[in-house]
Each structure stands twice: as structure tokens, then as C-alpha cells.
Design a protein around this ligand. Sequence first.
Ligand code: TRP
Length: 336
Amino acid sequence: MAKLTVLTGITTTGTPHLGNYAGAIRPAVDASRRGDANSFYFLADYHALVKRQDPAAVHQSTLEIAAAWLAMGLDPSKVIFYRQSDIPEILELTWILTSVTAKGLMNRAHAYKASVQANQDAGNQDPDKGVMMSLFCYPILMAADILMFGTHQVPVGRDQKQHVEMARDIAQRFNHVYEELFVVPEAIIDDNTAVLSGLDGRKMSKSYDNTIPLFAPEKRLRKLIMKIKTNSLEPGEPKETEGSTLFEIYRAFATEQQTAALAQCYAEGIAWGEAKQLLFEFLNEMLSGPRDEYERLIADPGYIENVLKEGAVKAREIATPFTARVRHAVGIRPLG
Ligand code: TRP
């Protein structure tokens, strides 16, 4: 059977945290090791511009995210690992797709609607106040990312499902108007992937500023774990595992046996301080090897640049001829 093509992008904003590892990096690295799919992983740096207009931050985040994926075991010889902006064909395709994308479809995008709603709530006359075209067209760029490589499956978090559905709509529209060039992709949302809570108990996310960075130095890691919100139960009082952020983080990375052992400690009334110390030791042990590797990689950005450039060569072996077919299909052809 022909291999499936699986693709996902990572927006280059922020520093990689434990939630990113559990939700995206670990499942992707595991899948790439199984080798049963053609996997594409890329750094969505053009998407980052929608959210951050801070050049130094976008640049640093690109380095950190690339280093994190490599340090956690992504093997760039088994997958195509590249940076979106190294593939100029993606922007070419984006423009072509804008011509088969109804404005009304983009009006329905959650992120855009949230901005409009915020303007209305604030009593602004102009519902589009402060909305950049990049935010409005974000789903089209994402469709180009996906459709460029004949992607069958897009593993994403629930928040990205609508974007993949829009990519489907756009692909179908193009296939109908011009030629059947695009594979119609499918979002894969794995309910078993852990969605971690952060320090304050809400979903761990850079937008809530409640994250535990994946490669925080040991001391800082300990300090952050000590800050995780618990309740006022005293040592000796039995504690619920359900709804305990500490427990949830431990369970996301521990074996079943280890998890059962911690549940037992909860039932026996382990002190919160002790449970935190346990989580710290566990995570520190798990992360200390990768952390050394991460630091080595961060100190050698030229190496990472080369890895990404090699990935771009592989990606363009597909993107260049495919874009030529798309151009031909829409009538952009040599004259003689
Ligand atoms: N929008 C995605 C996010 O913020 C990142 C992304 C960009 C992406 N292009 C993609 C994900 C293509 C999957 C496929 O998480």
C-alpha cells in the first residue's frame, strides 16, 4: 500500500513547553520512528508574523523550536523537517488559492470572528479595527502548507480543526474549477494525547503565561513546579487525583505502574510539597539528557540552519514541480 502523507506545522512563537512536548512533539517523534508514513514537519515562521511583530523574538523562537524537536529525538533523515519561509512555492500557492477562496469562508474563521467580537464588545465603530490581512488570510496560507505536499492527514489540536476543514473546502473548490490536483486532507485529532494544565490550572499555553518550559534549567524547573496550584489539604489528608495538575503532568509522562503508585500516595495523604518534589525529580531525570543536547544545539545555530536547509531541498523536490503543475492548470504557462 502507498504510504500516507502526514504533515504538521509549528508556529514559531514562544519557547517550547511541556504542553507542546506532550501534545505535539512526542506524538510526532513517535510517529516518525514508526516510519509507516511520509512525514512533513515544518516551522511556520510566516504564520508567526501574524501573532508577533518582534523580529528578535520570532528569530529566537525559530531556533529554540527547531532545537527542541531535534533534542527530543526527531531524526531529520527519516522525515522532511523544514522551515516554511525556505519554500517560496508555498507563498506562490497561497496567492493562487486566494482566487478560489470565498471571502465569506474566511469571515467564518474562529480567530477572525474573535477579533471582530472583541471590537464589538469594546464598542468600536469599526468591527475590523486592528485586524491585519495576515490574520484574515491565515487559513489560506495554512491550506497552501497542507495542499502543497499531497497531505492526507494533519495531526493537530482541536483548535486547528476548522483550519483543516477550510483547507478541504479550498482544495475541493480548486479541483472543481480547474483540475483534480489536490488531495483533500483530513484533520487527525487524537483524544488520547494529553492536553496539559499549566501552573494556574488552566490549559498550559503561552497565551496564559502559565507554562513550564521544556528545557528550563534544573533550579528554575524546580521553582516552577513548586508554584503549581494545589489546594489547602494538609499532609495526611487523602487527595483526589482527578483535577490535580501535578498528577496530570506526572501521568502524561510516567508509565502506568508509576502513575498507579502516585495515585496510591495521593490516597495515603502525601503532602503537596512532597508530591511536587517527586514530580520535579521525575521530570528532571526525563529531561536532563535532552536538555544537554538542546543546549549543545542552541550553541550551534549553524548546524540547525544546515539541517533546515537540507530539509528545504527535499521539500522543494516536491514543491517546485507541483507548483509548476498548479500554475499550468490555472493558465500561467509559457507562451512559446
Ligand atoms: N496554525 C497552526 C498552529 O498555530 C500551525 C500551522 C501552520 C499548521 N501551518 C500548518 C498546522 C499546517 C498544521 C498544518 O498551531
